[in-house]
Design a protein around this ligand. Structure first.
Ligand code: UDP
Length: 238
């Protein structure tokens, strides 16, 4: 038996979380740290799906501001998430964690296509799944992917990994007096424009009653604490 509060979770890792201090690209130390935390989660018997971002390599909006067509730039962003997913898979497997990368854009040589039933089957068999290529559609984000996939696979919670301890009333990196919220409603996040996830993703969570825990990935053991229901970070719900 497990003492975890949640049975099935989605962990959203932004590209930034994989870049670490260097701020771009993939930092091996970050992958190692994620892999160690995930292997602890597996011991709890919790089913886990990862959604990886791509902002450490490419963001559609930034690309389009440099003159690349927005849709093309977004597809490039989705491809960036596949690179992150493959890097993560490789390091997880070095830790003997069995994984499957499921891509929303078909690329059979490197990943399985995303098929919902297959994703669930993998998780039931104890494999960690990594959702790559976002939703497969431009004008969306990997935050929205996390919300969408969480709804599809009936996850109990989304863990949003950040570089800070939760959601604050101002940027804690710039303002030492920034106040952390312990708990927020979806409507608080939407009306105050708080940096939890984008509004499309927040609305999807709200409409489908999927709670979000925003936490600091850099603190070792935080994922386990969140899963055991210990109060870390900021809880967003009804
Ligand atoms: N993207 C997209 N559709 C999706 C998911 C992602 O077009 O469903 C593109 C978009 O251009 C985005 C980029 O992929 O800027 C990287 O994803 P995101 O910005 O969400 O990554 P993160 O901020 O989590 O690193």
């Amino acid at each position: 038996m497990t003492d975890a509060r949640y049975r099935r979770i989605v962990l959203k890792l932004s590209g930034e979380a994989l870049a670490g201090e260097q701020g771009f690209g993939i930092a091996h130390s970050m992958l190692e740290s994620v892999a160690r935390q995930i292997s602890e989660v597996q011991k709890l018997g919790v089913e886990m799906a990862l959604v990886v971002g791509g902002g450490n390599i490419w963001r559609g909006i930034a690309g389009s501001s440099q003159g690349i067509d927005r849709t093309t730039a977004d597809y490039m962003g989705m491809l960036a998430t596949v690179m992150n997913a493959l890097a993560l898979q490789d390091v997880l497997e070095q830790h003997n964690i069995v994984t499957r990368v499921l891509s929303a854009i078909e690329m059979r040589q490197v990943a399985e296509p995303y098929i919902r039933r297959r994703a669930i089957r993998h998780m039931e068999k104890g494999r960690i799944i990594i959702f790559a290529a976002g939703t497969g559609n431009p004008y969306f984000s990997t935050d929205t992917t996390a919300a969408l996939r969480a709804a599809e696979i009936e996850a109990d919670v989304i863990l949003m990994a950040k570089q800070v301890d939760g959601v604050f009333d101002s940027d804690p990196m710039k303002n030492p007096d920034a106040k952390k919220f312990e708990r927020l409603t979806y409507l608080d996040v939407l009306s105050k424009g708080l940096g939890v996830m984008d509004s499309t993703a927040t609305s999807l969570c709200m409409d489908n009653d999927i709670p979000i825990i925003v936490f600091n990935l850099k603190e070792n053991g935080n994922i386990i604490k969140a899963l055991k229901g210990e109060p870390i970070g900021t809880y967003v719900g009804r």
